[in-house]
Structures are given as structure tokens and as C-alpha cells.
Design a binder for this molecule. Structure first.
Ligand code: HSE
Length: 440
């Protein structure tokens, strides 16, 4: 059978990795797909030919639209990233009857509903395994492998750059900016690294995972998103003392009232496997009612790990090119007419445990005032630590760390407001959320 013709948009980190993996493993890939998969045309503004042995045999244009309009191309691989022109290119490719493979989480999280509707009408596939967790086949696992389950919750370390930064800060006491620069140099970080450190990239990925897990439309604008910029080395150390690690977690949970959808720095018990996922590695813990806890681990970023997912999608699409569109795996795991509008909970309504760090004047009665306020809000305390003053800080002011039992966030907000108003509290209260991720 003739090889399938692929148009590759983008020859940067992931595009280059995809080209190289397809070249290097061409024979093995054809054995799996049933026919060859050939990059017959590529589009890139700029690329480094020395990194891409064999690229001289491929016509490369600067005009990505010429590739999506090319009648000889059957599958378009979009690895440009960002919202535009990626969205327009993908919609043009679909309108032209081409299948699409993309690693673009921003595009899928924000415009996926529109893109999948267009693909459904055109009878083509849009595959996006590389959009979440780099090389980890977590989309396939949640969409297909866990299809028997009602998924109860999932928790993911789904931004390699953020995890790399938190790990280096904890292990080596390195400076935030220095570690971020290294992540950029290694090709892990987004073009705009604030997407990594402010949690936007993780929120894109969580949006996608939550849709697949719960059968809801993609709703990126409803994800609560908090970055890691305010996490200090002191908090990392106090959390360790209490038996927790701080991770930048994407968390989604089905509750009777609706779905929690949130990305924020989170304390998790250090005995959990996911607490020990370090550096640029990603991991996603998924709890299904039948299977129990399952954990997916691997490289969440980088050229060839991400290319691994892109090429797997290419093999999948190649295998089912001639299959009846009605019998393919649905884009969002559930049949398009079976998606449900389950409400996404406002943050006031979510329930979690908390780590609080207060700067308190060291005199009798201060802790009593604080614990009374918490008690008034029905907040139960699990642990209290009073620490030495920070080096250089006034000796009568001490950090006090509190761990609470789970409570509704609205109550915690009211308690924090009252604590901050006390004369004996000298600063804003630092608040981090705690998830036990019970898997027992
Ligand atoms: N910037 C992303 C990360 C790349 O650091 O995880 C993969 O999506």
C-alpha cells in the first residue's frame, strides 16, 4: 500500500523531534501502521537543517496554508502551537477533508468544542495525545483503557517546567529565575514561560483531562488557576517537616454538587508515589470506581518524548483512515451527543484541607485568638507548628504553621479575612491547599 502523506506544520522542538522519530523508526512504524507514514511536505518559518538529517528531501515552505490546501496530503500535523493561526489552519485542514494530529493544548482546551464539531461534520479525526503529559499515553488510557469506569477524581503534575523548578528549589536551593532559564534552554518551557509558572499550561491540560474523564464539554475558562511564583523555600521546608511535598497540581473531582476544576500549588503526603515525581517528569493519578487508583508517569515535555505521542497518533489515524467515522473512538471519550453540562463549582464551594502560614506576634493569647476564629467557622486543626523567627526578622514575630482538616473554601476565606484583621498578625496569611489523594 502507498505510504500515507503527512503535512507537517512546524519544525521546532516537537516538529523536529517528530521528523526525526519518523525517519529513524520508519520501518518499525510501518510494521505497526500497516503502511509507511511519510512527511511529504512541511511548513516552517525557520529551522536548523543540521538537527534534521533527511529534511533536504522534503519540500519546506514558509506558507503553512499551502500545506493544508495541498490535495495530496491526508493528515496535517499541527505543531506550531498557540491559538492563531493554528486554529484557522486546523479548521481549514478539516474543511479540506484532512485528518489532524496536534500537540496544541491551548488550541484544544480553548477551541476544541468548535474543532471537534467541525471534524464530526467532515468525518475526519483530530488526535491530540501529545497535548497532555508529553509522551505519556494518558489520553488513550483515560479515553479508552478506563472506559468501564465512573472516574471519581484525577490529579496531575502536568507541567514539566513547573515541576522542574519546584524540584530544583527543594533539592538544591536554586533560584527560581535561574532554574526557569535552564528549563527554557532545554526546550521544556512554553514560548511564553508565564504559561508554565502561572499554571495556564496546566489548566489547558486539566481542561482536556476533565472532559475525557467526566464527559463534559471543554471549559478552560472555568478552571481556577494559581501559579507557583509565591511558593517560598520556607514553605517547601515546613511542608516537608509535616510530611508533605508541594507540587503544582491540576485537580478535578466529581462531587454531588458539581465538578471541581483547579490548578494550584498543593501539599500532598510524601508517601504518595505522585509526591515523588521530580524534575521535568509528569504523572497523572486517576481514580476509577472499578479499577481504583491508576498512575501514569513519564516525560511530560521535550522533543522526542512529545514526538512519541504525535507519532502514536499518526499510527492510530493511519490505521483507521478507511473506517466508518461513526465507529471511531469519540474525540472526547463520550459520544458527542452524550456530553453533559455538569456545573463546574466556584472556588468558594470546593472542599479541601489547608496549610496556613501566619506571621504572628509572639505573646500569650495570639494562638487562642486564631484558633477561636477557625473554630467559629467550623474549621478543625490537624497540626500547629511555631517556628523560629526568619533570619533578620524582628525576634518577637514568628512564623506559625497550621494544617487544617478539609473545609469549604468559603469558610476558610472568611476565617483568613478575620485572622488578617488581628493586631497580632503582621502580614497576609499564606494559604496553600492540601490534598490527601487517598488511594487506600
Ligand atoms: N511547557 C510544557 C511543560 C511543555 O513544561 O510541561 C509540554 O506541554
Amino acid at each position: 500500500m502507498n505510504p500515507v502523506n503527512v503535512g507537517l506544520l512546524g519544525l521546532g522542538t516537537v516538529g523536529g523531534g517528530t521528523f526525526n522519530v519518523l525517519q529513524r523508526n520508519a520501518v518499525e512504524i510501518a510494521r505497526r501502521a500497516g503502511r509507511g507514514i511519510r512527511i511529504s511536505r512541511a511548513a516552517a518559518r525557520d529551522y536548523d537543517a543540521e538537527r534534521l538529517p533527511g529534511i533536504e528531501a522534503v519540500p519546506v515552505t514558509t506558507d503553512a496554508f499551502a500545506v493544508v490546501e495541498d490535495p495530496d496530503i491526508q493528515i496535517v500535523v499541527e505543531l506550531i502551537g498557540g491559538y492563531e493561526p493554528a486554529r484557522e489552519l486546523v479548521l481549514r485542514a478539516i474543511a479540506n477533508g484532512k485528518h489532524v494530529v496536534t500537540a496544541n493544548k491551548a488550541l484544544i482546551a480553548s477551541h476544541g468544542n468548535e474543532i471537534f464539531a467541525a471534524a464530526g461534520e467532515a468525518g475526519v479525526m483530530v488526535a491530540f495525545e501529545a497535548a497532555v503529559g508529553g509522551g505519556i499515553p494518558v489520553i488513550k488510557a483515560v479515553r479508552e483503557g478506563l472506559a468501564a469506569n465512573e472516574i471519581q477524581w484525577l490529579a496531575g503534575i502536568i507541567n514539566g517546567t513547573g515541576n522542574f523548578i519546584l524540584t530544583e528549589m527543594r533539592d538544591k536551593g536554586r533560584d527560581f529565575a535561574e532554574v526557569l532559564a535552564e528549563a527554557q534552554r532545554l526546550g521544556y518551557a512554553e514560548a511564553d514561560p508565564t504559561f508554565d509558572v502561572e499554571g495556564i499550561d496546566a489548566a489547558h491540560k486539566l481542561t482536556i483531562l476533565a472532559s475525557l474523564a467526566f464527559g463534559i464539554p471543554l471549559q478552560f475558562d472555568k478552571v481556577y488557576t494559581e501559579g507557583i511564583g509565591h511558593v517560598t523555600r520556607a514553605d517547601v521546608a515546613y511542608a516537608e517537616e509535616l510530611g508533605y511535598r508541594i507540587k503544582h497540581l491540576g485537580f478535578a473531582r466529581r462531587t454531588a454538587a458539581g465538578i471541581e476544576l483547579r490548578v494550584h500549588p498543593t501539599l500532598i503526603p510524601e508517601r504518595r508515589l505522585i509526591a515523588n515525581v521530580n524534575g521535568v517528569m509528569n504523572a497523572i493519578l486517576v481514580m476509577g470506581d472499578a479499577v481504583g487508583p491508576t498512575l501514569y508517569y513519564g516525560a511530560g515535555a521535550g522533543a522526542e518524548p512529545t514526538a512519541s505521542a504525535v507519532v502514536a497518533d499518526l499510527v492510530d489515524v493511519t490505521r483507521v483512515l478507511t473506517a466508518d467515522p461513526g465507529n471511531r473512538v469519540p474525540h472526547l471519550a463520550f459520544q458527542p451527543d452524550a456530553l453533559e453540562e455538569i456545573p463546574i463549582l466556584a472556588m468558594d464551594a470546593i472542599e479541601t484541607a489547608y496549610y496556613l502560614r501566619l506571621c504572628a506576634v509572639d505573646r500569650p493569647g495570639v494562638l487562642a485568638e486564631v484558633t477561636r476564629i477557625l473554630g467559629d467557622q467550623g474549621i478543625s486543626i490537624e497540626a500547629i507548628l511555631q517556628k523560629e523567627p526568619f533570619p533578620g526578622a524582628a525576634p518577637e514575630r514568628v512564623p506559625v504553621i497550621l494544617l487544617t482538616h478539609p473545609v469549604q473554601e468559603g469558610r476558610m476565606n472568611r476565617a483568613i479575612q478575620r485572622i488578617e484583621a488581628l493586631d497580632s498578625i503582621c502580614d497576609r496569611v499564606v494559604r496553600l491547599r492540601v490534598e490527601y489523594l487517598d488511594v487506600d
